[in-house]
Design a protein around this ligand. Structure first.
Ligand code: PLP
Length: 384
């Protein structure tokens, strides 16, 4: 990024040699991202992040099926679109945080006004039509890490002539990307895989093109006008270049998260619940609740112990709202108790010990000396 600031500082839309040099840096990253997502470089648009990419994916949809556990950039945009006449149906969610293919099929049938499920066959090119129904579903949840059944959902979408947009923000660098093959469009954000903030992308692969949300420039084929931030895009490329490293780091920290989960389930005097415990999840995040504790209070108590976690809530005007994701899964009381511990690539067994110690001091885990017998060996293995 530093090199691109000194040597690639020109406007990448300028035709002079400095502009062309800047443009080359952008196009190299576009090709790199296209290879990662297995789409054509032409079908990759750089954006200011996933919020914008998600909005582009949803723009113009006349029929939209999504879920209440999506990121607010989808849920709130869907509500806004509904207020403007889009037919929006939110698919049911299981208590474990899954949006099943059956739930998507039922929601699509309701949105399309169809009585009997599975009776529609896809007309050959219907997915390129601007009236194409849209299903928007995330690959992995941002609060629970729950992985959605994209292949099955894609199948029911396809049978009803709908296209599938996947918010893959939480997947990159944390799980293999093979599940994205079935998506017609994918959004991502660089800062979630250790690139810079304020840059992301929308990639699409179905002959469909997004409806521009900005006007007044030819950049990004006129689909996303506005001067590109070359260094940010270069940073996105650098982060893409280390996705494999990130994957193996997350495989390691998954063991830390598992050890925390085991401790909460077996060494707490309280009946701790782990949200999404029964389904496939990203391994680095533990979202739980402890009877008798409000999530926001536990976040503050842990902060005073030097542990930074989240109550899984969006922070608006300085007040923490209970998690809408956990509320959609298990109701308001569960949402008010939800706390999310996320391990990062550099988290160590010492960090895990610090969390366990803090939870013990708060009385959420039994005294630490009661459980090193079971925990210590696994922690020792982890530090090797
Ligand atoms: N989608 C998901 C699943 C996210 O977790 C986020 C950010 O946290 C976004 C979209 C929005 O990304 P950005 O803030 O880069 O616009």
């Amino acid at each position: 990024m530093r090199a691109s600031e000194s040597e690639g500082w020109a406007n990448p839309s300028s035709v002079h040699s400095l502009g062309r040099a800047a443009r080359r840096r952008v196009e190299d990253v576009r090709e790199q991202l296209a290879r990662v997502l297995q789409v054509s470089a032409r079908d990759v648009l750089f954006t200011s992040g996933a919020t914008e990419a998600n909005h582009l994916a949803l723009a113009g949809a006349k029929v939209l099926v999504t879920s209440r556990i999506e990121h607010p950039s989808i849920v709130e945009q869907a509500e806004w679109l509904a207020s403007r006449g889009t037919r929006v149906v939110f698919a049911d969610i299981t208590a474990s945080g899954l949006v099943t293919a059956d739930a998507v099929a039922a929601a699509l049938d309701e949105a399309l006004g169809v009585e009997s499920a599975g009776s529609l066959e896809t007309p050959g090119d219907s997915r390129t039509n601007e009236n194409t129904p849209l299903v928007a579903l995330m690959a992995a949840n941002h609060e629970t890490g729950v992985l959605q059944p994209l292949a099955e959902v894609a199948e029911v979408a396809r049978r009803r002539g709908a296209r599938l947009h996947v918010d893959a923000v939480q997947l990159l660098g944390r799980a293999p990307l093979g599940c994205l093959e079935v998506a017609d469009s994918v959004s991502l954000s660089a800062h979630k895989f250790r690139g810079p903030k304020g840059v992301g992308a929308l990639a699409f692969a179905c002959g469909w093109t997004p409806l521009p949300q900005n006007r007044g420039g030819a950049q990004e084929r006129g689909l996303r006008p506005g001067t590109l931030d070359v260094s940010a895009i270069v940073g996105l490329g650098a982060a893409l270049g280390r996705l494999d490293e990130s994957l193996s780091a997350y495989r390691r920290v998954a063991q830390l998260a598992q050890a925390l989960e085991r401790s909460l389930l077996t060494h707490s005097p309280h009946a701790v619940s782990i949200h999404g415990a029964t389904v496939a999840r990203l391994g680095h995040v533990v979202n739980f609740r402890v009877p008798g504790w409000r999530g926001d209070e536990l976040v503050v108590a842990l902060d005073l112990e030097g542990i930074c976690v989240s109550s899984g809530s969006a922070c608006s005007a300085g007040t923490a709202e209970p998690s809408t994701v956990i509320r959609a899964m298990e109701g308001q009381a569960a949402a008010e108790g939800a706390v999310r511990v996320s391990f990062g690539e550099e988290s160590t067994s010492a960090d895990l010990h610090a969390v366990l110690g803090a939870l013990a001091r708060l009385g959420i885990l039994g005294p630490v000396e009661h459980f090193p017998g079971q925990l210590a060996p696994s922690i020792r293995e982890l530090s090797q």
